[in-house]
Design a protein around this ligand. Sequence first.
Ligand SMILES: Cc1cc2nc3c(=O)[nH]c(=O)nc-3n(C[C@H](O)[C@H](O)[C@H](O)COP(=O)(O)O)c2cc1C
Length: 302
Amino acid sequence: MSKLTVKLGPLELENPILTASGTFGYGKEFAEFINLDRLGGIVTKSLTPNPRPGNPPHRVVEVTGAMLNSIGLANVGVDLFIQDKMPFLQTLECKVIVNIAGESLDEYLIVLTKLETVNNGIDAYEINLSCPNVKEGGRTFGKDPRQVHRITSALRELTNKPLIIKLTPEVSDIGELGLAAQEGGADIISAINTFIGMAINTKKRKAVLGTITGGFSGPALKPLALAKVYALSQVVSIPIIGIGGIFTVTDVVEFLLAGASAVQIGTANYIEPKISEKLVDDLHQYCEENKLESITELIGTL
Ligand SMILES: Cc1cc2nc3c(=O)[nH]c(=O)nc-3n(C[C@H](O)[C@H](O)[C@H](O)COP(=O)(O)O)c2cc1C
């Protein structure tokens, strides 16, 4: 067993570095930059039952220390994913986590049921309950612990694969959402998705994004994300994947100390496509320099 191996309930990773949904396409887009098999795993873009073109422009804008996006879950839809994207993903040795989104409970169930027909190549599901740019009846249902419980337990009945519930930070008590997911049968929690932010063009006196507000991600998010991961670690007993503004090995270590058992790299992929593989190397070096037998020695030891 390598020094970097981590076990998240039923999901064992060669190392704790994963890529974050929506920032790494369907994996193949990054194959020319890095050796995907060196990562702990990749998380694919959110899938919905039907293809989605996404939101009108502008969909991305850089702001101080961060970016805003309103992609709106643009994706190929689950059928084309199975037909066109799965064959490549099935060739990978790293873990493949398929992210699912929907606008209603039924949509999540449809996508997961179709993915369950795929014979090999999917190691876990991550359920995006938190997209800030898609709402059911004008409401982000990932903010309601009862809905989180309802969706988690309905999906749990349909699969034996590891079920990861991805949470929104846009609540006053993220611990409540984490407990709802845990009680609904989730194996793992990932935290966090983006916060909601906006940018204004003062010349045009208009919001920059076509949707006015959008998801705020990148380095400026890290202290907020760390606090959410720490808060979750105080109340849930299932493993946590930390996400938010991770760019360096120090960032990774901070999340592990705060209680995460693995991390996802998001916005950093846009700035440095090789970053995830570099972080695996940097983490090995960190273990050597700090004389760690195993990276797990750090987890939740704050
Ligand atoms: C352009 C963009 C698209 C995203 N699309 C998705 C998505 O489809 N599904 C999802 O669960 N999260 C999505 N996210 C959220 C990221 O997975 C991640 O939770 C968030 O960006 C925080 O991490 P970061 O600061 O490292 O980017 C997206 C983020 C960005 C920047």
